[in-house]
Design a protein around this ligand. Structure first.
Ligand code: HCB
Length: 216
């Protein structure tokens, strides 16, 4: 059986090599070895961050990024059923509505947050990606969640998070829900500036802040 270090190294290599089969193998070996799926996802995430840096430096290109994200999704697909088992054993701690903001199709980070909130016992309504602000406001009215989160990966789309704050106010539901923002360009300063209640730096940070905000 593979050791934890071997599994983590394999998980990272799989993303760096854009190898979905290796990502699946790392996930399977990790589960066999009793490693927490979240830790394996964190290894994929770290490697995805490295891919992002290389993309920014111009040493990798969009098809590479896409292949890396597909490899990561392949690995997560193996881990998900195991994570769902944990979810089934917990009583719901409350509802969270979440989506990637309008104009933005980046979904990997948001999907990790969705999975980890699910594992933590939240009832998560995932609106997907490129979600119109109007749809987010309607979902808040319909589902009455404790938290509404948005993900923005681009400086050009994070500004739309301001509209979430404004349109929730216009709809008269801003006081009924706590807002969370996240995604690489977002910061605590950004959250403070636009009046969002929570800034989730990572999925782990998002879960612990959601727990604090909901008293769980
Ligand atoms: Co994309 N892309 N991309 N991309 N992409 C970025 C984001 C750039 C920064 C790369 C760059 O140029 N330096 C850049 C944005 C620049 C800007 O700010 N304006 C960029 C661009 C420009 C684009 C396109 C426009 C490229 C093009 O077509 N010319 C296009 C977007 C089109 C559009 O959206 N309308 C595009 C496309 C793609 C894909 C499809 C190839 C792919 C996305 C696949 C997918 O998501 N299904 C992709 C990817 C993968 C990236 C990078 C490389 C990685 C993003 C990622 O998944 N990171 C990224 C570079 C980078 O970020 N350094 C690059 C890993 C995840 C796990 O991290 O930060 O998303 P995360 O999530 C964390 C954390 O933030 C937090 O928890 C997560 C887990 O810990 N979190 C939340 C996330 N959301 C949260 C919400 C909450 O409420 C709370 C916490």
């Amino acid at each position: 059986m593979a050791s934890k270090d071997e599994v983590m190294a394999m998980a990272k290599e799989a993303i760096m090599e854009f190898d979905g089969e290796m990502a699946e193998e790392a996930a399977q070996e990790g589960l066999k070895a009793g490693i927490n799926p979240v830790e394996i996802i964190e290894a994929y995430t770290a490697a995805m961050g490295d891919v992002g840096v290389q993309f920014e430096q111009g040493t990798l290109f969009l098809p590479h990024v896409l292949a890396a994200s597909e490899a990561m999704n392949a690995g997560i697909k193996v881990l998900k059923p195991e994570m769902e088992k944990t979810k089934a054993q917990t009583v719901s701690k409350g509802k969270v509505v979440i989506g990637t903001i309008e104009g933005d199709i980046h979904s990997i980070g948001k999907d990790i947050v969705v999975s980890m909130l699910g594992i933590a016992g939240y009832d998560v309504i995932d609106l997907g990606r490129d979600v119109p602000v109007k749809t987010i406001v309607e979902a808040v009215k319909e589902h009455k969640p404790a938290i509404v989160g948005t993900s923005a990966l681009m400086t050009t789309t994070m500004v739309t998070q301001i509209q979430v704050e404004e349109q929730l106010k216009e709809a008269g539901v801003r006081d009924t829900v706590k807002t969370m923002v996240g995604g690489a360009p977002c910061t605590q300063d950004w959250a403070d500036k636009i009046g969002a209640d929570i800034y989730g730096e990572s999925a782990t940070d998002a879960v612990s802040k959601v727990k604090a905000a909901t008293g769980a």
